[in-house]
Design a protein around this ligand. Structure first.
Ligand code: ATP
Ligand code: MG
Length: 262
């Protein structure tokens, strides 16, 4: 049976789209067919991150112009599909998110994949949450700042009111600083389990600039291991962290300075 996971946050810019993309690629590495949907109808990001610039048909066209959803499912790599959202204000004006039948849309695309990752808009204004079908589970993304956690709490409360099942929260862009909230503090504020801590890491920006996931660029980095661990957890799979190839580097160095034969 297909699994639907919404990636949400209260505050913008905390890393929802980045996480959606890295989880999607990670899940495909585990052999799953993944579909990533951009449900941020106003400030779409998935198109840019997946290199799908200016696609012919977008979710906007499906919602405003009666185009078929099949027309906007793009396979970007084997087993990875993206449903992008448009950027045209004119089309957007004709969409009332409150009346979108996500149930019907998700039913129609269910055959495209095993796992559906939904990149949600920040905040709660767009009413998209109200239309989510019952089988959607949610991950809340937050950073360790007060404002980010306070906004995550609003999403948690709203999700409870709407009976949306929350898998847990992901602490993204984490770094060790006594002034920031700790994992325990965030857990006790949100009252949902922490399911992943992703470090603050410039490799994330670098991998995005290269159009790749962190796991493809630097698989033994703590960030890649944290992302893959989370991916495995969501799939109910085992993941053994990849150790940095220290011996390999040392031997290459020794060979270079003549301590070992070539
Ligand atoms: N763990 C991380 N370490 C460092 N940079 C990160 C990390 N996660 C995301 N970023 C960077 O932070 C920026 C914001 O990420 P992203 O666009 O995924 O956030 P978002 O929550 O989707 O934002 P928006 O609300 O605008 O949709 C991007 O430049 C991204 O590369
Ligand atoms: Mg985004």
């Amino acid at each position: 049976m297909s699994k639907f996971i919404a990636i949400a946050s209260g505050k913008g810019g905390v890393g929802r789209t980045t996480l959606t993309y890295n989880l999607g690629v990670g899940m495909s590495l585990f052999g799953r067919n993944v579909v990533m949907l951009d449900l941020d109808l106003v400030m779409a990001n998935l198109d840019v991150i997946t290199g799908l610039l200016n696609p012919d048909v977008t979710l906007h066209d499906v919602l405003a112009k009666n185009r078929s959803i099949d027309e906007c499912v793009y396979e970007i790599e084997q087993g990875i599909r993206v449903i992008p959202t448009g950027i045209h204000f004119e089309t957007l004006r004709h969409i009332n998110p409150k009346y979108i039948s996500w149930n019907k849309i998700l039913e129609e695309i269910a055959d495209y994949g095993d796992i559906f990752l939904m990149d949600m808009p920040a905040g709660i204004n767009s009413n998209i949450f109200e239309g989510l079908p019952e089988n959607v589970e949610m991950i809340i993304v937050t950073n360790s700042t007060m404002t980010s956690v306070a906004d995550a709490l609003k999403i948690r409360i709203l999700s409870n009111e709407l009976n949306i099942q929350i898998i847990g929260f992901v602490l993204n862009m984490w770094y060790d600083d006594g002034f920031l909230l700790s994992v325990n503090e965030i857990e006790s504020i949100l009252e949902v389990p922490m399911i992943g801590i992703i470090p603050y890491d410039r490799e994330v920006e670098r991998s995005m600039a290269l159009g790749k996931s962190v796991a493809e660029i630097n698989p033994s980095s703590p960030t890649s291991n944290a992302l893959m661990q989370l991916t495995a957890h969501l799939l109910g799979e085992e993941y053994k962290p990849i150790e940095p190839d220290k011996e390999g580097i040392l031997n290459r160095l020794k060979k270079f300075i003549g301590m070992l034969p070539d």
